[in-house]
Design a protein around this ligand. Structure first.
Ligand code: G16
Length: 542
């Protein structure tokens, strides 16, 4: 029986860069999750009988919300829900299922790289029928519905056991529990030359993949160990845990420090990689060298044709605005399209659907292609492995040659986390107030050539996104970008992105902090960061 439950709205259910993210106790307030999921359904044009994919990264509170989501789906007339066993689905695997099974959409429970556990973070996002994150017009409609919600509809009886594969029914709706890995692994085999990668590994090439006790463990084991023949111990921290083993599943220099240290050792592996909570981000480390996400995007764009799926070449590349312009140089040289979008994977969906771009990437450790509509950590690792298997060179040699051919875009991102929201907003407002008078100003040897607050008009549907980050561009093309994160759950996080192009190969081996020194100092002068945030240095530099 369908039951209608009376509820009262919350006023803070506005999705951010990637869905609604809050602390677990916040989500545990009465009806908080049910309200949001019902608001999603209320915002959609549902005819009844649709298919919905449901899964998450296995973090604390995942199971409870999945069982609730299944009952809500039955209460709202869905014909079928496809659920990963034990509620597990990586974000790219969910995107793949939505597309393969022609679902009308999917609910993905994750707070991505944010920590988990009873006091950790939780999140809910909705992906639409193309498999990608809901665009802004949909997330705005969901927020509007959440502000006035007065009831939700659920199936009265409990949801079926999601730890057993197979089909059962809840009322008229079919609940199909599937192996979360199988379809995804099969898709990867169609994209890459598994034979060649297997041959490379058989030759003694050593790889280490850190799953950070998050969702990619089972995917990595199946693909790298079972299908590609790597030794079982090459996948570490492979058991998904509700609290990620107490760690922070963010594959960056701070949280993947152990992986990086091993790759810096003389006798370390040849190739290291890590992914995040829900499996959409990636970190690539070569022996003795960490590959910045922006460089990784550029290298993959330049070498994608070495993998079977992209052998005919790629249509174009898209990157988020703060991502370095290294990929632009590849696109310009190869005569393919290059698009600059606001931060957030949702902005790539239309470009991918229209066939304008094949590969997309972001400085925030996300790379992906038109095989799904999400960034995809394991995919990025496999594309790197495919390139390495073809070129039979080290990661360091590939990067060096890339910079020699295209020049090097030195790049760093400085994060100031959990700062006072008022101070953060004040800093951004002050920058915006000064934009008009910025051009022509000199800071040391740097002269401002342009300054603006990035806005974007989607070339496919014409929608406009404003206030997407303050850009200060200097003559010669160096940039400083300031923006506030849209994924944090406490206070505000200020991100400062710093970039400088260097054509001279003799200078390509400089440490980035040295190559960027003047810009880093200038970022503080222009942004008044220390003064306004009372922080002497960033919490994380990537
Ligand atoms: C999400 C989005 C990404 C975005 C990132 C960082 O990633 O999907 O597109 O680049 O957040 O956002 P912000 O700078 O606003 O914190 P994820 O992996 O958290 O879903």
């Amino acid at each position: 029986m369908i039951e209608t439950i009376t509820t009262t709205p919350y006023d803070d259910q506005q999705p951010g860069t990637s869905g609604l993210r809050k602390k677990v106790p916040h989500f545990q307030q009465p009806n908080y999750a049910a309200n949001f999921i019902q608001s999603i359904f209320d915002a959609l044009p549902l005819d009844g009988g649709e298919t919905l994919v449901i899964g998450g990264d296995g973090r604390y509170y995942n199971r409870e919300v999945i069982l609730m989501a299944i009952r809500l789906a039955a209460g709202n007339g869905y014909g079928r829900v496809i659920v990963g066993k034990d509620g597990i689905l990586s974000t790219p695997a969910a995107s793949n299922l939505i597309r393969q099974r022609k679902a009308s959409g999917g609910i993905i429970l994750s707070a991505s790289h944010n920590p988990g556990g009873p006091k950790g973070d939780f999140g809910i996002k909705y992906n639409v029928g193309n498999g990608g994150p809901a665009p802004e017009r949909v997330t705005s409609a969901i927020f509007e519905k959440s502000k006035t919600i007065s009831r939700y509809r659920v199936w009265t009886t409990p949801a079926p056991d999601i730890s057993k594969l197979g089909e059962t029914k809840l009322g008229d709706m079919i609940v199909e529990v599937i192996d979360p890995v199988a379809d995804y692994a099969a898709l990867m085999e169609t994209l890459f030359d598994f034979e060649k990668i297997r041959a490379l590994i058989a030759l003694g090439f050593r790889l280490r993949f850190d799953a950070m006790h998050a969702v990619t463990g089972p995917y990595a084991r199946e693909i790298f160990v079972n299908r590609l023949g790597a030794p079982a111990d090459c996948v570490v921290n492979a058991e998904p845990k509700e609290d990620f083993g107490g760690g922070h599943p963010d594959p960056n220099a701070v949280h993947a420090a152990d992986l990086i240290a091993r790759l810096m050792a003389e006798d370390g592996p040849d190739f290291g990689a890590a992914s995040d909570g829900d499996g959409d981000r990636n970190l690539i480390v070569g022996k003795g060298i960490v590959v910045s996400p922006s460089d990784s995007l550029a290298v993959l764009a330049a070498n994608a044709h070495l993998a079977p799926a992209y052998a005919k070449g790629i249509a174009g590349v898209a990157r988020s605005m703060p991502t370095s312009q290294a990929a632009d140089r590849v696109a310009q040289k190869r005569g393919i399209g290059i698009y600059e979008t606001p931060t957030g994977w949702k902005f790539f969906g239309n470009l991918l659907d229209a066939g304008k771009v094949t590969i997309c990437g972001e400085e925030s450790a996300g790379t992906g292609s038109d095989h799904v509509r999400e960034k995809d950590g394991v995919w990025a690792v496999l594309l790197w492995l495919n390139v390495l298997a073809e070129r039979r060179e080290s990661v360091a040699a590939i990067l060096e040659k890339h910079w020699a051919e295209f020049g090097r875009n030195f790049y760093q991102r400085h994060d100031y986390e959990e700062i006072d929201s008022k101070a953060a907003n004040g800093l951004m407002e002050s920058l915006r107030d000064r934009l008009a008078s910025m051009a022509g100003q000199r800071f040391g040897t740097l002269v401002v050539s342009e300054a603006d607050d990035f806005s974007y008009q989607d070339p496919i549907d014409g929608s406009i996104a404003t206030s997407q980050g303050v850009r200060i561009v200097f003559s010669g093309g160096s940039r400083i970008v300031y923006r506030l994160s849209g994924t944090g759950t406490k206070g505000a996080t200020l991100r400062v992105y710093i970039e400088r192009f260097e054509a001279d190969p003799a200078k390509h081996s400089l440490p980035p902090e040295e190559a960027l020194k003047e810009l880093i100092d200038t970022a503080d002068v222009i942004g008044e960061i220390k003064k306004r945030t009372a922080r002497s240095e960033p919490d994380v530099v990537t």
